[in-house]
Design a protein around this ligand. Sequence first.
Ligand SMILES: Nc1ncnc2c1ncn2[C@@H]1O[C@H](COP(=O)(O)OP(=O)(O)O)[C@@H](O)[C@H]1O
Ligand SMILES: [Mg+2]
Length: 251
Amino acid sequence: MAAMLEVEGLSVGYARKGLALDDVSLVVPTGGIVALLGANGAGKTTLIRTITGLLPMHNGRVAQGRVRFAGVDITGMAAHRLVRLGLAQVPEGRLIFKQLSVEENLQVGAAFLPRGKVAERLEAVFALFPRLRERRRQAAGLMSGGEQQMLALGRALIGGPRLLLVDELSLGLAPLIVEAIYQQLMSVGETLGTAMLIVEQNAHVALEYAQTAYILDRGRIAMSGDAATVGASSAIADAYLGLAGEVPADV
Ligand SMILES: Nc1ncnc2c1ncn2[C@@H]1O[C@H](COP(=O)(O)OP(=O)(O)O)[C@@H](O)[C@H]1O
Ligand SMILES: [Mg+2]
């Protein structure tokens, strides 16, 4: 069986800047959970944007390489087509609509579903996150950071994706909330069999849950392997330069 996601020799640049990604290759197996780690500015979000078709919105372009999703070449494919193929993301900064209610935010994620399916999928998300059901009529912006992140997750999952890309889930959240959300994410993965690429600056958290990990350092893959090996490697400290060998728990 083809891997769920294959990134092959990918180089990406932004207008008037050098390469943000340089010959990056990475694989997410079917149903697998993979961590992508690296310091601020390493290129993690650029890789997510490239995979999800949002790169042109940010004036970026693929200089070289390709991306395959379940065996299909999706390099440069538009974001709305990718969603229909079963690729979803929780973007950096969550990007929920703060003025809209919880339910309205979820409906945005369900916009491409056949109309008859929406109520059923909404129920499925409420079953996964009972907290969102309790708050369904509330303005999203009035919820706590953890609840907003849960909403972003629910919105990404409402279409029943085969691959979920998660960018900096832990950012700005207290450690206990981060653990709670990751545990929910993992149980979702087990229930639905969703493969995940988890982007984190917080290496500890991601390595706790992922099977394999990649370290991105200034646009290049510095190391990859099973999560325990990567976690024990000095490459991880090197990738967070200036931190005197300490892996940051909460950058
Ligand atoms: N829209 C953009 N235009 C120009 N440069 C960008 C843009 N977005 C990101 N970059 C640059 O690309 C590099 C990688 O950024 P990014 O992918 O956001 O890293 P990370 O998510 O790992 O923090 C950085 O040097 C950043 O300044
Ligand atoms: Mg980023």
